[in-house]
Design a protein around this ligand. Structure first.
Ligand SMILES: Cc1ncc(COP(=O)(O)O)c(C=O)c1O
Length: 417
């Protein structure tokens, strides 16, 4: 079949025929055994019944939002019910204070830092905003970042550029880049008088490129500036050790690769910057419940702790290996296609468990992705238009070789060899 068949007009017809009231998820019906879940190595104990996936769904979209396991939700539900037995238990001294700190302890252990360097947030964006606001930037300060940042890690700086006269300097890391030394050189050249910090993603949302954050942090430290990392796409997907990375601050989400409840996140502030970065909501203390932060969603925060413990029980090194092997398999299957160009690095140190591909301009990427869900029950992500007209696959612990092959077969079928 030819590309172009998903042009907007033709495709809208097929969507309205297939979707109930625009609620795409309603169209997921029990599906054939074509992608039946036989779990390939190494997670024999993993089973689709551990999740709430709709029958037959092939979920290759953790980079957008990860699934919660049943036991994670159960943990949150139990906690929520218990807390509601005396609603004031959500409130500081009645219990909230100490309960939420359990999740901080687990997160610190998992991320290789101290508990008093970890804060609970609601998302990566929330953590990045806290960092930016806590820095008290002023006119003349400069921020160095890249042209591949997600809005969740960029808008906080743009806010200070718009209202406080801060300048943003942007280096380009075009799709196809696969050279860490060259990236480092460009960052080095981008540092100017007045640069206060480098703000970068650990793994780009756009291309899945994994940035050499240890080297960038070390460069930043050698110049006396801060290294701030947006780790939305890294924690739970690949091994992250915050102390080893050397960065000053790191924000991540609970609801992506950690498979925690939606609306949870983690923020790391290294000891040596805690006087420099002072987020308003943690001014009173770093406790999750404190008078400058207010009441939090304790049930979900406890679920996040449970989700991290699950990742720990499997081992993040094994998870990373599994995720990368699926990603590399997909890379191999798609690499020779004429109507699709892989925009992610080849396998190697800059690769991550996400694979992004450009598709022809004649195809509306959003409609194409909806078609894949409607017709084949495959969930993937259309890339943001400002980067390229493309699609992105995320491979995580619950995915199998069979699912990756299924996705590759479908792309061959829909886009042509
Ligand atoms: C690199 C990056 N940063 C930030 C975000 C925003 O994450 P959250 O919704 O948890 O704030 C995303 C989401 O996809 C992302 O990919």
């Amino acid at each position: 079949m030819k590309p172009g068949k998903y042009n907007r007009r033709k495709f809208l017809g097929s969507i309205s025929a297939g979707s109930a009231g625009g609620l795409l998820i309603n169209t997921i019906a029990p599906f054939s055994s074509v992608n039946a879940q036989t779990k390939s190595l190494p997670f024999d104990q993993e089973s689709n019944s551990d999740y709430f996936f709709a029958p037959g769904l092939t979920y290759l979209n953790t980079g957008t939002l990860g699934p919660c396991r049943r036991e994670t939700i159960q943990e949150s539900k139990n906690a929520w019910e218990e807390l509601e037995s005396l609603p004031v238990k959500f409130y500081g001294k009645w219990g909230a204070e100490s309960l939420a700190e359990r999740t901080r302890t687990i997160a610190a252990r998992f991320l290789g830092c101290n508990m008093d360097e970890i804060l609970i947030t609601t998302s990566t964006t929330n953590g990045m905003n806290a960092i930016a606001q806590g820095l008290r930037l002023k006119a003349g300060d400069r921020i160095l970042t890249t042209d591949q940042e997600h809005g969740g890690g960029l808008l906080c700086w743009e806010y200070f550029a718009r209202y406080y006269g801060v300048t943003i300097d942007t280096i380009s890391i075009p799709p196809g880049e696969n050279n860490a030394a060259s990236i480092l050189n460009r960052i080095n050249e981008g540092i100017r008088n007045g640069t206060r910090l480098i703000s970068i993603s650990h793994i780009f949302s756009s291309t899945g490129l994994r940035m050499p954050i240890a080297e960038i942090s070390s460069l930043a430290r050698s110049k006396g500036i801060l290294c701030i990392v947006d780790g939305a796409q890294a924690v739970g997907a690949v091994k992250v050790n915050l102390k080893e990375s050397g960065c000053h601050a790191y924000a991540t989400s609970g609801h992506k690769w950690l498979m925690g409840p939606k609306g949870t996140g983690l923020l790391y502030l290294s000891k040596d910057v805690q006087d420099i970065i002072r987020p308003m909501q943690f001014e009173e203390s770093y406790n999750t419940y404190n008078n400058s932060n207010g009441v939090v969603n304790l049930a979900c925060i406890l679920g996040l702790g449970k989700a991290i413990e699950y990742i720990e029980s499997i081992g993040i090194a094994r998870i990373e290996e599994h995720n990368l092997s699926l990603r590399n398999r997909l890379y191999e299957r798609l690499t020779h296609m004429t109507n699709l160009t892989i925009m992610s690095p080849a396998s190697g140190p800059l690769a991550s468990p996400m694979l992004a591909c450009r598709i022809p301009e004649t195809i509306d990427r959003t409609l194409f992705v909806r078609m894949l869900l409607d017709k084949y029950k495959i969930s993937i992500r259309p890339t943001h238009k400002q980067w390229f007209n493309g699609i992105r696959f995320s491979m995580h612990i619950f995915n199998t070789e069979k699912e990756v092959d299924f996705a590759a077969d479908i792309l061959h079928k829909e886009l042509g060899k």
